[in-house]
Write a protein that binds this ligand. Sequence first.
Ligand code: SF4
Length: 358
Amino acid sequence: MAVAQGDRRPARAGLSLTRTIEKWFAGSARDLPWRRTRSVYGTLVSEFMAQQTQIARVVPAWERFMARFPSIQALASAPEEAVIASWRGLGYYRRARNLHLAARAICHDHGGVVPTSEAELRALPGIGHYTAGAIGSIGHGQKSPIVDGNVARVLMRVHGRDVDSTSSEGRQWLWSRAREFVEDSRSAGAANEGLMELGAMVCTPLNARCTECPIRKYCKAAKAGAQDRIPTVRKRRARKVVHAQVIIARIGGRTALVRRPTRGLWARMLFPPTIESDRVISKGALARRLGVAVDELHLGESFTFLATHREVRFRLWIAGAAASKVLKASHANEWTWHSRKALARASHSSAMSQLLGG
Ligand code: SF4
């Protein structure tokens, strides 16, 4: 929806818009721990953590992570298991692996210094267009544009233009506007962070607080009363339902775990043995499949876990002592058995903690 003609802002209006946001941010920025230290490494960690995660959850995780790995060298030389364990509570563990690989590449290929060029940043694992812009501008003070959900919404409303941010045309438009915006800045980091902060705190998706907004006079959507219609709310694709039958087998105080596949949810993590299917498996069918007596399986807790694209419906099956022995013998090469203490160290995903009552 175009509210008024012309995406190109008058040069001076654009300049004022950027400067107004920088000024507003100087007085309104939330006090976040990585903003106090302002190290490029700290920014890198915060940007990986903040992807798809609320800031309230990122703050304690960032503090814990930085205490454990205070430098990029400390992170690069740590074993993967330690990095994954320190990611506890944040989910999307692929980010932790990518951050770890990025730290290793920075130490190996760039002498331990986070690179400045967009091309070198984007060559690092887990760093795309947005993160490269955030590291470039917030970490290095370069005039690199950023577009995330908050930035996209503010830009669309200010320019009175509704675009589909998933289309290539929409993305192109947004990145061009973001580039113009940051080009006008005195401090690229403050301008970009301010734009994101405004989207997070004032120009929110469902309740734009226009009367309190510092850039109201530049905003075409507010002038047209169209702030609630821009951007159009697009339907999310329905999550795929997965039924997960989880086997809790214990022998002598040790619980069976198995390494998950290299791709998909909880990739490469230790997890209780799980049979996934697109429909519920009956107790009898499960017992036959496992090769145990049906009365040796006891239904435990059931709960649903919502991931970005999947809805995983867990059903716990507690194997009796005889069934656990059968399972140990039949899965001798795949399953490993862990004490309570080892489980406490390994149970780093929230789903697994719930499965094992942690
Ligand atoms: S005036 Fe309203 S719609 Fe425009 S940027 Fe500010 S909060 Fe968003």
